[in-house]
Design a binder for this molecule. Structure first.
Ligand code: PRP
Length: 177
C-alpha cells in the first residue's frame, strides 16, 4: 500500500518555461547551421520536457526516443541500466542532443551516453531539466542543466512517483503525511 502523500510545488510551470527559453538560445548557438540534429528523448521521464524543448527550437531536427530504466517502480536506483527500447534511427555522423528529465546518481545518463558514443555521432550533447548533484555516484554532468535541486523526491513535468504524477505541469516535492 502506498503511504499517503501530498505534493508541494517546487518549480512552477512559468519558471520552467522561462528557463527553457534561455536553454534553447544556448542550444541554438551550439547547433546553428547543422541540418543533421537528432533530438533523443529518454523515456519515459523526458516526454514532457522534450515536447516543450523541440517546440522552442528553431532548427531542422529529427526526434527519436530511447527507453532506459534503472528504477522500476521503486525509489532507489538499481544502478543497473537496462535499455528497454533502442533508437529507431542510426546516429553515426549525426549531431545528437540527449534529453533527460533528471540526473540523480548519474548511472542512466552515463550508460546511455557511453552507448551512443560507441555509435560514432559527429557531436553528442546532453541536457537535463533537473540535476541532484548531492546524489551523484558516477562522474556525469549534462552539458545544459535547467535547475540544480537538493535531495528531495520530486514529481511532475514527466517525472513519476510509482508511475503517478507525470502529468503535473510543474515540478513538485513529495511530502509524506
Ligand atoms: C529516472 C529518470 C532518469 C533516471 C535518473 O528514470 O527519468 O532517467 O531515473 O536517475 P539516475 O541518474 O540515478 O540514473 P527511471 O529509470 O525511473 O525511468 P522513467 O524515465 O521511465 O521514469
Amino acid at each position: 500500500m502506498q503511504k499517503p502523500y501530498v505534493i508541494d510545488e517546487m518549480i512552477s510551470a512559468k519558471s520552467i518555461a522561462a528557463r527553457l527559453e534561455e536553454l534553447c538560445r544556448e542550444i541554438h548557438d551550439e547547433f546553428q547551421g547543422t541540418d543533421k540534429l537528432v533530438v533523443v528523448g529518454l523515456l519515459r521521464g523526458s516526454f514532457v520536457f522534450i515536447a516543450d524543448l523541440v517546440r522552442e527550437l528553431d532548427l531542422p531536427i529529427e526526434v527519436d526516443f530511447l527507453e532506459a530504466s534503472s528504477y522500476g517502480d521503486g525509489m532507489e536506483s538499481s544502478r543497473e541500466v537496462r535499455i528497454l527500447k533502442d533508437l529507431r534511427g542510426a546516429i553515426e555522423g549525426r549531431d545528437v542532443l540527449v534529453v533527460e528529465d533528471i540526473v540523480d546518481t548519474g548511472h542512466t545518463l552515463h550508460h546511455v551516453t557511453g552507448l551512443l558514443k560507441s555509435r560514432e555521432p559527429a557531436r553528442l550533447k546532453t541536457i537535463a531539466l533537473l540535476d541532484k548533484p548531492s546524489r551523484r555516484e558516477v562522474d556525469m554532468k549534462a552539458d545544459w542543466t535547467g535547475f540544480e535541486i537538493p535531495d528531495e523526491f520530486v514529481v511532475g513535468y514527466g517525472i513519476d512517483f510509482a508511475q503517478r504524477n507525470r502529468n503535473l505541469p510543474y515540478i513538485g516535492k513529495v511530502r509524506f503525511t
